[in-house]
Design a protein around this ligand. Structure first.
Ligand code: HEC
Ligand code: HEC
Length: 395
């Protein structure tokens, strides 16, 4: 059975449930007893310096409070945020999948499909921009966009959302605790949701543990994969830093065309800023928890990591905006040199960075397996099981 059919049946069941709920609550009142929160809120404060040796910083204009993030958690999991009470943020961002969705395109409001693959989020506080085309500049700015989006949650008027939440009995006390008064506004909704998102941190993957012992916990294959990733193949030059999606203060800020197509159906950043030089450029995605976030790329075209690696190895297309180094690149182990501050490579003879066809990586079967073994060390099972990020509703 195809994934689309499974999604269709799942949706049918949800619709049946929605109808049953409406019958039980003819006045739009919802039972609070399906919501279970701890009597003392969980601790959502960011570790200033993680055990893995990198810092995570809060937003000083909207600092995380335990009650604020608790409210954000409830909002994140509440289907009442959608126009038809059937879709929550978590419908497409599943904790067990690193907050990604295991389908290429997600089913949103009225079952319509999203135009892009739902993104994983890991340490979103470290990123500078959000969404595949980088159109949101902060988590506060991002938070209400999915709710308003006619495909995702369909709730176009944010004042109506605030009015709707006022009628749901469990919200007044949650806003009271978070903000000192039970007033419900769109700013408070966005602010508390942003606090919850910012509180989602991951720094306890096998890779992080390994940094403490010079990777004594790694298998030989994982060690070779790490070497390939950071040195020989230069994956880490784009997938660097805390989230493996940027370098230094640029996490998630850099966008690239990696030659998925000769003509992109979705031009990403180019479509947003109407600059053809950015056609086919997308945000470099995080690789934390990547083993659990399939399918991959902005349109979810690749089912598994083998297909992703084969893309870089031999399948890159000659798009005019292809990252130039992919045309001249040569592996360090195969005669290339690392250029200071650059993506590395060199050794490209007289090939032209503007027009030469893309070069593959020329990897052996063992090297491909080693690289994938390394990518799997980025899974943080502790974060995936963390109760404070889980669904607080029992149905
Ligand atoms: C119907 C599916 C769906 C729902 C519901 C949904 N999202 Fe998303 N989310 C997506 C898709 C698809 C993207 C990528 C969109 C794009 O880039 O154009 C995304 C991207 C994101 C990102 C960007 C991560 C990054 O690294 O840039 C965050 C954060 C996010 N969503 C949070 C939320 C929140 C909060 C809610 C609820 C208010 C929500 N989403 C509801 C599908 C969904
Ligand atoms: C020039 C920068 C750059 C380099 C070098 C690079 N990547 Fe990427 N990577 C990206 C971008 C940008 C995307 C998203 C492209 C898209 O969806 O259109 C991506 C996507 C991915 C994804 C999919 C993640 C997801 O959640 O969808 C994986 C896995 C990945 N890269 C692994 C690698 C590996 C392994 C290497 C080294 C062989 C590598 N990348 C080299 C920029 C780069």
């Amino acid at each position: 059975m195809s994934k689309i059919q499974i999604a269709g049946i799942g949706l049918g069941a949800l619709i049946a449930l929605g109808i049953a709920c409406n019958k039980d609550n003819p006045n739009g009142q919802y039972e609070a007893n399906s919501l279970k929160l701890p009597s003392q809120p969980y601790n959502y404060q960011l570790p200033v310096m993680t055990e893995a040796g990198f810092a995570l910083s809060d937003n000083p204009t909207n600092p995380i409070t335990d009650n604020g993030a608790t409210l954000g958690r409830v909002l994140f999991y509440d289907k009442k945020l959608s126009l038809n009470n059937l879709v929550s943020c978590a419908s497409c961002h599943k904790q067990e999948n690193g907050f990604a969705d295991p389908v290429a395109l997600s089913a949103g409001f009225e079952g319509k499909k999203t135009v892009r693959n739902a993104m994983a989020f890991t340490n979103p506080t470290s990123d500078k921009v959000y969404f595949w085309d980088t159109r949101a500049g902060s988590l506060e700015d991002l938070s209400l966009q999915p709710v308003r989006n006619h495909i995702e949650m369909g709730m176009e008027d944010m004042d109506k959302l605030a009015d709707k939440l006022k009628k749901i009995d469990y919200y007044a006390p949650l806003f009271e605790k978070a903000y000192g008064s039970n007033e419900i506004t769109k700013e408070r909704i966005a602010g508390s949701m942003a606090q919850f998102l910012r509180s989602i941190v991951t720094y306890r993957a096998k890779f992080d543990e390994g940094k403490k012992s010079n990777f004594a916990n790694f298998t030989e294959s994982e060690k070779r994969g790490k070497e390939l990733f950071f040195n020989d193949l230069h994956c880490g030059n784009c997938h660097g830093g805390v989230n493996f999606n940027g370098i230094d203060g640029k996490a998630g800020k850099e966008t690239f065309n990696i030659g998925l197509d000769e003509n992109y159906a979705d031009n990403g950043v180019g479509a947003l800023n109407s600059n053809t030089n950015f056609n086919g450029a997308f945000k470099t995605p995080t690789l934390r928890n990547v083993a659990l976030t399939a399918p991959y790329m902005h349109d979810g075209r690749f089912q598994n990591l083998e297909q992703v690696v084969e893309h870089y190895n031999s399948q890159m297309r000659n798009h005019p905006n292809l990252f130039p180094r992919f045309r001249t690149f040569s592996r360090v182990s195969q005669g290339g040199v690392i250029e200071p501050g650059g993506y590395g490579g060199g050794g490209g003879g007289n090939s032209d960075p503007n027009s030469a066809p893309p070069r593959g990586l020329n990897m052996s079967m063992t090297e491909k397996a080693d690289l994938i073994a390394f990518l799997k060390t980025l899974t943080d099972t502790k974060m995936l099981a963390e109760a404070k990020y889980a669904n607080p509703f029992s149905n």
